[in-house]
Design a protein around this ligand. Sequence first.
Ligand code: SF4
Ligand code: SF4
Length: 439
Amino acid sequence: MEKTRIIKQIKDNGVVGAGGAGFPAYFKLSSSADTVIANAAECEPLLYSDKELLRRHPEEFIKGLQLAVQLTGASRGIIAIKGKYKDIISTLEKFLSSELEIFRLPDAYPVGDEQVLVWETLKRIVPEGGIPINVGVVVQNAATLYNIYNAVEKNLPVIKKFVTVTGAVEKPFVAEVALGTEISKLIEFAGGVKKELNNRFEILEGGPMTGKLVPLNHPVSKTTGGVIVFPENHYIIHQLRSRASVIIKKAQSFCCMCRSCTEVCPRYLIGHNMKPDQIMKSVSILNELDTRAFLCCECGLCEVYACPLDLSPRLVARQIKAQLLEKGIKNPHHTIPGNVHSVREFRQIPSNRLIMKANLQKYNQTPESITSPILPDSVSIFLQQHIGVPAKSVVKVGEKVREGQVIARVDENSLGADIHSSISGTVVEVNDKLINIKK
Ligand code: SF4
Ligand code: SF4
């Protein structure tokens, strides 16, 4: 099949980056690169979704990577996975072809961050404010590559997602879940929230370091990797509920400029001019907006791991970015660092230390693997599960749809991804955010 037809098939089947913000896969694969990195790091604590996929579908994942290598014209594909997953590595090794290799990552956080990953595997530094293609690399998440295989070889759209449901639930599990499944149904499937919480809990979509708070009726989307239930007084929840205005006031009164946040910041350590202590100084003492906030990847290490005073440079950086964008100011930092910080190697944060620091030991358990997919009686499917413009519904209330049918499209010339129904049923609601379908 020629490149344009394969790319179109990936686009038409709605494949987007499954491990991050949902960047449309066809767009990345239209670039030319010398290397494709399969991001199988899954470095957030408590999550097992990508590992489950790799255990169940190693061959399909490898074929997806081979396709990505061919499409970008790359000469090599690198599977970046933590060295500790020896069972997965030995399975993957059986399917490797000559252009593919495995790179064993350290068990540290955030090795799955794209810029950290590119340095770890290739010793190339992505410029400040840049993306891997600036140094000839395309990075695709493990689940995205599996979806690329399905789209190209089987013409299957993205309608399911591997999700880890864990935390304070009775029976943590990992399973393939129909897109649009409400989180309440997944928690029910996990035997419910632990009784000792007396219904005082919060839910995180994603990992404990970068996840966001969501309500019980929030549906699973193409980028959902995990659902974690925490007691409402857990440290992670407390940090997520903090408001930037309060953090700024706290910074004014007691940030001691100790630089602990900067010393562990992964962007500072790969040579970028990102200094979270200076970000705090800019808002607390200088009363100005430091444009280096644009260089923050929001990994959360400064807040969860480093700061002795529970301050959050991450939250302040996010707030500054929003204010700068409101004023029409874009990231002015694009320097290509000459080298990484000399002590970087010794400043990597081991996952087990992060788990202790974030008070996650209690939830650090291997979830049960559920082999049959979870297909509920009704789904609420978001029209925007990707970067770009939202898809527009092409179905009406009362219309019957079948599993895999396109229900929302993005204009041919806009960046985005089509949306497909994850179950067969009847459309019962269409609004500007989602389409609700009942069996
Ligand atoms: S969240 Fe903190 S540690 Fe992470 S990149 Fe931003 S400033 Fe650095
Ligand atoms: S670690 Fe905390 S106290 Fe120290 S400089 Fe950073 S924000 Fe301030």
